[in-house]
Design a protein around this ligand. Structure first.
Ligand code: PMP
Length: 362
């Protein structure tokens, strides 16, 4: 290797592989928890009208105030709480790490969980502490989390609610115990909020170490890249200091604000995805050898017969369907694939390719 790279790039960065996104052209895309539905045609035309006359020679509004107001209204964000926008929630995770990193500062989360908590912590020089979930149902091991908090004193704790890649939602009382026991900042990551009925958003002022992170990605706007953090203004004022100027571009600001004014469209899509989730779960469950886990998100984690995950993944790809193979990523995910809930036709194709019978219509 180039000696200069070796001496200048930190060993932990050199040891990494850049984030891999598989080629998906021409495939049914059930790998990335996207909403499979686009906008009704009338809405598309109306949206295009809002783009007419935008001045791309000017920088965007640095704080995205019109968009913030649209978010507050659409998501019923408590008035006294602050809002901070990110280029996807990934950027918010990065801002949190940049704000709280210092020698010895740690990030804690549960495993298996969303990998970017650990990765971005590492980028910022923070050590990661991962507490295993319970093996039978991926619920929190509360005693183990509390013991790790006591032992490691993490500056930053992430809990995804519901969790990715397992799809379950942790017990709310356990979450509260963790918030109340933590000396650090607790981030409840509600990326999958459109697909579940519980949320900490309305409670965010109840503790001075709680912030709630959301994204528009899973709701149906992954292409816009917009995440938002809701929490006590004093916390957000600190995190805002590491935000890059103009992090939310003009097209995203205008398009997201427009979409939020038509949130009913996305709510209807989320309802359709939830109904499909039940049908897909039932169909997967009736395929011999498959063990799908119940989900509060827009994907279903499924255990397949031992040693078969790679072959099933490859077979699905051959059949034109891209899913996520999690086998080998964590001991609790051995023989596991993750299927994003798609349209009824896409889900039927998945079930057929797995050798099952798609759920009947209706
Ligand atoms: N949090 C969780 C739990 C996720 O699963 C994801 C995406 N897979 C994200 C955050 C990041 O979402 P985005 O950057 O698109 O907002």
């Amino acid at each position: 290797m180039n000696a200069r790279i070796e001496s200048l790039v930190r060993p932990e960065i050199r040891a990494l592989r850049a984030y891999q996104v598989p080629e998906s052209a021409g495939l049914i895309k059930l790998d990335a928890m996207e909403n499979p539905y686009t906008w009704p045609e009338a809405l598309q035309s109306e949206w295009l009208e809002t783009l007419r006359g935008l001045e791309l020679n000017r920088y965007p509004d640095p704080k995205g105030l019109v968009l913030q107001a649209a978010l507050r209204e659409a998501m019923a964000i408590p008035d006294e709480m602050g809002v901070l926008l990110g280029n996807g929630s990934d950027e918010l995770i990065q801002m949190l790490a940049l704000t709280l990193a210092q020698p010895g500062a740690k990030v804690l989360s549960v495993d298996p969980g969303f990998v970017m908590y650990r990765m971005i912590g590492l980028f910022a020089g923070m050590d990661y502490v991962g507490v295993p979930l319970q093996s039978e149902d991926f619920s929190l091991d509360l005693q183990a989390v509390l013991a790790a908090i006591e032992r490691e004193r993490p500056a930053l704790i992430y809990l995804a609610y519901p969790n990715n890649p397992t799809g379950n939602r942790f017990d709310a009382d356990d979450m509260v115990r963790i918030i109340e026991s933590a000396s650090g900042l607790v981030v409840v990551d509600e990326a999958y909020a459109p697909f579940t009925d519980a949320s900490f958003l309305g409670l965010v002022g109840d503790w001075n170490n709680l912030v709630v992170m959301r994204t528009l990605s899973k709701m149906g706007l992954a292409g816009l890249r917009l995440g938002y953090l809701v929490g006590p203004p004093a916390w957000l004022a600190e995190i805002d200091k590491v935000r890059l100027p103009y992090n939310i571009n003009v097209l995203t600001q205008v398009s997201a604000a427009f979409a939020l004014r038509h949130k009913a469209v996305f709510d209807a899509q989320a309802r359709a995805i939830r109904a499909e989730r039940s049908r897909l779960l039932e169909a997967l469950d009736s395929i011999p050898g498959l063990h799908p886990y119940p989900s509060e998100a827009n994907f279903i984690l499924t255990r397949v017969p031992a040693g078969r995950a790679g072959a099933i993944f490859a077979g699905l790809k051959q059949a034109g369907i891209l899913v996520k193979n999690l086998d080998g990523t964590h001991p609790l995910l051995a023989d596991c694939l993750r299927f994003t809930v798609g349209t009824p036709d896409e889900n039927a194709a998945l079930v057929r390719a797995l050798g099952g019978t798609p759920a009947r219509d209706g």
